[in-house]
Design a binder for this molecule. Structure first.
Ligand code: MCN
Ligand code: MOS
Length: 762
């Protein structure tokens, strides 16, 4: 690739699928060469800043803007009085029932921290200064601050998320051993290193938006709908992204404001969302509460699981955090009942945050399993193996591949689990209590159509072209490896071009679905390009292969050859002999019945063609088992994770080095979730009190011990064309319960609400 120097990082054997190539764009990012959305140069650029509400609920009764308008450099102030001429966009599935106006700066305040005014000026500083001069008055209404607010109530039951088989209540009542407990997780935030924001420019009715995006095509579609444009008129440019973790998959209100301001002003507009504003401009993981009851025989055979979950949502959309997502599939159980509710509170609508649903769900069931093990006097590893699910009891389908048993046993072996002394408080090191705990995790295999283009150029270089994105997870690198292997050219000869909605359509980098989907498309396109090249070499006049009588040719190491003693040409030599400037092949992973242009557009820009884990004959998921060791200071109650071993089944790994880093990244976020992260909400006004990275704590290097990761997966060709399952999210799932279980083992105290802070232990 032009943007890399792979030779510095590894041998050329690393260039094939399965090789440990370093990330191609890593050097660009750390040297500052990579250009981010807020850095694109634009002429006559204006700068917008947001003013957010300071009440949880109520009406904006007046906005006094005269002083701001008179301030130096101010170009425009947008308030709820301004009709920006927008229309509500369709949802992710593409459903758009009625054309309603959309007001990104609303008069009705729905949560504290909602954007209600924007000030646009010649410079960022002038806009900030003028924003201080804007006076807003409200008619406040009573708000609900959080899930635990007494006014919140029980919320609404979601039938589609409430599942049952057997007779769980009766089986529970009959069970000789029972446990029941309630687990809570707080509001949590993405905290991607690159804050949100955009640069937007109109040229006539063509709109270009430089914005970090996990899904360029989907975002282009949603902007197009807001502004009543054909989707082709909107271009999202997003080649480099400083992390997203689920927060960058859709355009947000501030984006609508910036683009509308650019249209009104006739100038490009840049809007940088400040770090505090990042906490309320989009939703993180919703706070959850779940009660789990387990019934078992005296020898530890699960008889029933009864699960009752609730998560907070906003007052304007029902977005569930599915606390029951992992509960039905981790263990074998004949009687199961799960109910999910959403509780509206005055918050921004929650969003997807790495491992949505599965993550809090695993916290509940994996803590409950260790509580059951303790009640039974049984080793928690043994309890898990004893109740191993031989199939998916929810869908009734067989697993496609499930190496969770291997993850548990090999993880235990590497961790030294057999040396654990069972009783709580029985292991120590000086004044530190030592505890060991297990947490299993899972994440579904989600498949989605994607398209890719391969170009072979006259100079022999190969281009992989796709509108998919790389927010740090490794798309650039694995696509170069995929093309290099399928085409037989060295990886150094491959350039990967990504991150632009004008390029071939792709699935979202979300739900851990991108790698499997886009490697499939690139593999298919590269094979087709290779076949086309060989076909031309055998048939075209001017090709030295034409008269060799060969019926096929080999391409390896960037050379095309007949037999060992036959002609052998480099790709540039062959392209010259064929008189070609380039060979271009475009392929997608769609089945043949959905190939119309309209279908294709829908396939890339909505989720309507996405296939869940049980759509086919099998139930397909990634799996993991985490083993955590904690040290708890007996005097101060401080918890430190001192060691972790985690074993994963994610199928075949396209690039184990990148996978290990994905897993570790997820585990680190899981450690943060277990011990540090908590959105603190002011009960009086729904304000996020710690909306900054000084007060909302995420782990630093000093918080992270050695993290050993092990792969126990086998290729799963039902899951994806190359046999891989999802990697990006499963790592975080199961970490928090492993740590909570270890803390219980160390201290004898069961903390059921995250994070596990010292005041809960002393
Ligand atoms: N991979 C592999 N072999 C596989 C599967 C994946 O080598 N069988 C590697 C590849 O390097 C690939 C990466 O793992 O690029 C992630 O692949 P996949 O699991 O398909 O996930 P996506 O590409 O769809 O990425 C999204 C996923 C999600 S949903 C979140 S949230 C998340 C994550 O990726 N956010 C991240 N990882 C992140 N990593 C970084 N650096 N920053 C984020 O914001
Ligand atoms: Mo990931 S939370 O699905 O972007």
């Amino acid at each position: 690739m032009t943007i890399m120097e792979p030779r510095k990082h590894g041998s050329s054997a690393d260039g094939a699928v399965g090789g440990r190539l370093s990330r191609f764009e890593g050097r660009l990012k750390i040297t500052g060469e990579a250009v981010y959305a807020l850095e694109y140069p634009a002429e006559r650029l204006a700068h917008a800043v947001l003013i957010q509400s300071t009440i949880a609920a109520g009406l904006v009764t007046s906005v006094a803007i005269d002083d701001a308008l008179a301030a130096p450099g101010v170009l425009m102030v947008l308030t709820p009085e301004d009709d920006l001429g927008l229309t509500v966009s369709a949802d992710w599935q593409g459903n758009r029932p009625e054309e309603k106006p959309y007001y990104p700066l609303p008069r009705q305040v729905e949560f504290n921290g909602q954007s209600i005014v924007a000030v646009i000026a010649e410079s960022r500083e002038q806009a900030e200064e003028a924003a201080r001069l804007v006076r807003i008055t409200y008619a406040p209404q009573e708000g609900v601050a959080s899930l635990e607010d007494p006014k919140a109530g029980e919320g609404k039951r979601l039938d589609q998320l409430s599942v049952a088989w057997g007779d769980a209540e009766a089986a529970l009542a009959r069970s000789p051993v029972r446990i029941e407990a309630t687990y809570r997780t707080p509001r949590e935030y993405h905290c991607a290193m690159e804050p949100h924001g955009l640069t937007a420019a109109w040229e006539g009715d063509q709109l270009t938006i430089w914005e970090p995006s996990q899904w360029a095509h989907g975002m282009a579609r949603m902007y197009a709908e807001w502004f009543s444009l054909p989707v082709e008129n909107v271009r999202i440019v997003s080649p480099f992204i400083g992390g997203g973790f689920g927060s960058k998959g859709q355009p947000l209100a501030y984006g609508a404001v910036a683009v509308a301001a650019a249209r009104k002003l006739g100038r490009p507009v840049r809007l940088a969302v400040t770090r505090p504003q990042n906490f309320t401009s989009y939703g993180g993981r919703a706070a959850t509460r779940q009660t789990i009851a387990l019934g078992a025989t005296e020898d530890g055979i699960l008889q029933a699981i009864v699960h009752r979950g609730a998560s907070e949502t906003s007052v304007y959309a029902d977005v569930p955090e599915q606390t029951g997502a992992a509960t039905p599939i981790l263990y074998k159980v004949e009687n199961f009942s799960s109910e999910s509710r959403v509780v509206p509170v005055n918050t921004v609508s929650p969003g997807a945050l790495r491992g949505p649903g599965k993550n809090p769900s695993a916290f509940g069931i994996e803590c409950a399993m260790e509580e059951l093990a303790h009640a039974l006097g049984m080793d928690p590893l043994e309890l898990r193996l004893k109740n191993y699910a031989d199939r998916d009891y929810q869908s009734g389908k067989p697993w496609s591949t499930r190496m969770l048993r291997e993850a548990l046993t090999q993880g235990a072996e590497a961790f030294g689990w057999a040396r654990r002394s069972a009783a709580p408080r029985s292991m120590r090191r000086g004044n530190k209590l030592i505890g060991w705990g297990i947490g299993c995790g899972t994440f579904p295999v989600i498949r989605a159509p994607s398209e890719a283009m391969i170009r072979i150029l006259a100079n022999g270089r190969v281009q992989v072209v796709s509108g998919s994105i790389d927010m740090g997870q490794g798309t650039y690198t694995i696509l170069a490896q995929t093309a290099s292997e399928a085409l037989g050219v060295p990886v150094e000869e491959v350039d990967v071009i990504l991150g632009d909605s004008s390029l071939p359509g792709a699935a979202i980098a979300g739900g851990s679905m991108l790698a499997g989907s886009i490697t499939g498309a690139v593999h298919k396109a590269a094979q087709a390009a290779r076949d086309e090249l060989i076909g031309l070499a055998l048939s075209e006049a001017g090709s030295p292969f034409r008269d060799t009588g060969a019926n096929t040719l080999a391409i390896a190491g960037g050379r095309i050859s007949a037999r060992e003693d036959g002609p052998s040409l480099t790709l540039p030599q062959l392209m010259a002999a064929l008189g070609r400037d380039e060979i271009e092949v475009r392929r997608n992973t769609l089945t043949d019945d959905v190939q119309s242009a309209e279908d294709q557009k829908k396939a890339w820009t909505t989720m309507s063609r996405v296939q869940g884990p049980t759509m086919g004959d099998y139930s397909m998921h990634s799996w993991c088992a985490h083993f955590a060791e904690v040290e708890v200071d007996e005097d101060f109650g401080t918890v430190r994770v001192s060691r972790m071993v985690s074993a994963f089944d994610c199928g075949r790994l396209y690039n184990p080095k990148l996978v290990e880093s994905q897993w570790r990244g997820g585990i680190i976020m899981g450690i943060g979730q277990a011990l540090l992260e908590e959105g603190v909400i002011d009960p009086r006004n729904g304000r996020t009190m710690n909306a900054n990275l000084g007060d909302y704590l995420v782990p630093t290097n000093a918080d992270i011990p050695d993290l050993q990761v092990i792969s126990v997966g086998v290729p799963d060709l039902n899951a994806s064309a190359l046999g891989g399952k999802g990697v990006g999210e499963v790592g975080i799932v199961g970490v928090a319960p492993a740590i909570a279980n270890a803390v219980f083992h160390a201290t004898g105290k069961r903390v059921r609400d995250l994070p596990i802070t010292l005041e809960k232990l002393i």
